[in-house]
Design a protein around this ligand. Structure first.
Ligand SMILES: Cc1cc2nc3c(=O)[nH]c(=O)nc-3n(C[C@H](O)[C@H](O)[C@H](O)COP(=O)(O)OP(=O)(O)OC[C@H]3O[C@@H](n4cnc5c(N)ncnc54)[C@H](O)[C@@H]3O)c2cc1C
Length: 296
């Protein structure tokens, strides 16, 4: 019987594994190797590792964790979750059954790309989701933002510290006149027509092509696609969720405990703001929560 089974061995999950391994707890980490930022060549805004590739960060973490003899890192997909505190069961896609006293869910979220030619090719390169992660490199250049929710209307004020050349693509959505004139006063160009394609070469965006055939040249495009949990184990376990502007997150308390006793969640799966630092922080708290509940 494992003390903790961790599902998802990326930033949140491996941080939890390290903490539990150092506490000499028996841990199994299941992972399928699809960290959300795998599309980006470099990860930014990370303490001591600014500009390191996500692959290298994770490989180093795995190597360091493998030095802890009580932690098993297994490349496998968790397919089924059942059971209760002190007796959870995880079944992998290979048919293996693993028993654990606590669960930490850190399997992240999947971005659902819009059906827009060129979007997937440029995602994580010049079509990006977060200026703190990838804005500095394109500061002062021509930025676009695709409207995805009323939250998008706050983007231009934030982005104005990076560039004063901002185009908001409403992509067929309506906004009220007061919002439109506020943005225009800021110097934001507003384009109403739906998007037709992203013109790009090797991931570098050249322009946004509208469905009327016209195009607007850009150097970076911000977009916030809808997302969903990467697995449905949270549904199998009946966990409570909360709405976010782009999807859902698992509801957790200050120790990352979910609505079901013995089940903790961390990382993008359980927060509305997404970064490596937030994920590692939450992973560490989840490990502490799981450990405290075992010790008590
Ligand atoms: C394009 C892009 C670029 C980004 N750049 C940055 C950046 O520069 N700096 C920054 O701080 N943040 C960046 N982020 C955000 C960052 O990627 C996430 O916040 C972070 O990856 C969240 O870590 P996580 O551990 O919660 O989930 P993830 O890193 O997404 O990892 C989840 C893991 O769970 C595994 N998994 C899924 N389902 C299962 C299953 N059923 N069984 C077993 N394993 C499973 C996956 O394979 C994956 O390894 C970026 C995001 C994107 C989309």
């Amino acid at each position: 019987m494992e003390d903790v089974i961790i599902i998802g061995g990326s930033f949140a999950g491996l941080t939890a594994a390290m903490q539990l391994g150092r506490a000499r707890r028996k841990v199994t980490v299941l992972d399928t190797g699809l960290n959300r930022n795998r599309y980006a060549e470099a990860a930014h805004n990370i303490f001591g590792h600014d500009g390191t590739s996500p692959r290298e960060l994770l490989a180093r973490a795995r190597e360091q964790i493998s030095a802890y003899p009580t932690v098993k890192l297994i490349n496998a997909k968790a397919e089924k979750a059942a059971g209760n505190t002190d007796d959870f069961r995880i079944t992998t896609s290979d048919g293996a059954d693993i028993a654990g006293r606590r669960l930490i869910l850190s399997y992240g979220i999947v971005d659902e790309f819009p059906d827009l030619p060129g979007f997937a090719e440029a995602w994580g390169k010049t079509v990006i989701h977060c200026p703190f992660c990838h804005g500095y490199e394109v500061a002062g250049k021509r930025w676009g933002l695709v409207y995805s929710s009323p939250m998008s209307l706050h983007g231009p004020a934030l982005y104005s510290h990076w560039t004063d050349d901002i185009t908001l693509f409403l992509d067929g959505h309506e906004i009220i006149d007061a919002e439109r004139s506020k943005l225009e006063k800021r110097g934001v160009r507003i384009v109403d027509a739906p998007l037709g394609a992203i013109e790009q070469e090797g991931g570098s965006i050249r322009a946004v092509v509208l469905n009327d055939g016209s195009s607007i040249a850009l150097d970076a495009l911000y977009a916030h696609p809808r997302n969903r949990p990467s697995a449905n184990l949270n549904e199998q376990l009946g966990l409570e969720t909360r709405e976010t502007p782009t999807g859902i997150m698992l509801a957790v308390n200050e120790m990352q405990a979910t609505s079901r006793e013995g089940v903790y969640a961390a990382g993008d799966l359980a927060m509305a703001m997404h970064s490596v630092t937030f994920a590692t922080n939450a992973g560490s708290i989840a490990a502490m929560g799981a450990l405290q509940s075992i010790t008590e």
